[in-house]
Write a protein that binds this ligand. Sequence first.
Ligand code: PMM
Length: 316
Amino acid sequence: MNPSRGHVAGLPQWNRCAVMGVVNVTPDSFSDGGKWFDSEIAIKHGLDLVTEGADLIDVGGESTRPGAPRVDEAEELRRVLPVVRGLASENVVVSVDTMRASVAEQALAAGAVMVNDVSGGLADARMVPAVAAAEVPFVVMHWRGQSIDMNNRAVYGDVTTEVVTELRTSLDRAVAGGIAPERIVADPGLGFAKQAPHDLRLVAELGRLRAELGRPLLVAASRKRFLGRILASTDGSPVPPARERDAATAAVTALAAREGAWAVRVHEVRASADAVRVVHAVETATEPGTDPGPYPATGPGADPPAGRSASAGEHG
Ligand code: PMM
């Protein structure tokens, strides 16, 4: 295990970078809007992601794409609760992606075990006390304001330093509000009040973010605009749509895992699940002895996702 990856109290301990699969129960997310809007389909999708290697599933009912208006609370609850309940009843480790304390509380009552708040507790003054009272893990993301006008706030002199400083303030607020530090995850908030060069710089400095923030790091690059920009700029081709950015996402997963990220948050799980396992195998590789075995380590992190097995007759 990368000793500095960290452990989040209240969650299983994975001996490699964890993979959080995304289920957006929304009609309008930038990445997969509308696909999983029906509860039954969303539950089935979450279970499929687990089969593909997801360690936990993040369920959200409000799009945070740039320019998105807020969804009202009743609608968010209607979207999220049946899906949380359905997945939790199948023993899936469920996180709820919400900025509302009321949604977090009801999702926890429905079986979620973690709260992922893209505002890091800033959008709803009741969020930190609610999470503190529930004694559950909390993702604190770097955030400069609601999505409706966040692009106007994408102004930085030194993006990494400013993200560290601002995120530390949110982390300190969470701890001061009673959330145990060992339950807190930090997230640089790629794509939130950031332009593509800011995101890229933050990915380049993940090791520094991890070291300076001192908390397990969640990296959520999946399908984001900066990846589209990179892919477009290689040969002058247009920016590929969000769903054609999964291979690029898996590349970030490998980089993040190697830099000691605690988890990655992704829409397409299979490639990232493979990537974290490859990184784990590389990190634990030892001088081959007489019997290196087909897989270099044992334990949950080393197991391939369900349905995978080594084939005879392949190159070693
Ligand atoms: N990004 C989105 C939604 N939730 N949560 C965290 N912790 N970090 C993120 O960067 C993040 C998030 C953007 O929307 P998506 O669900 O379509 O990826």
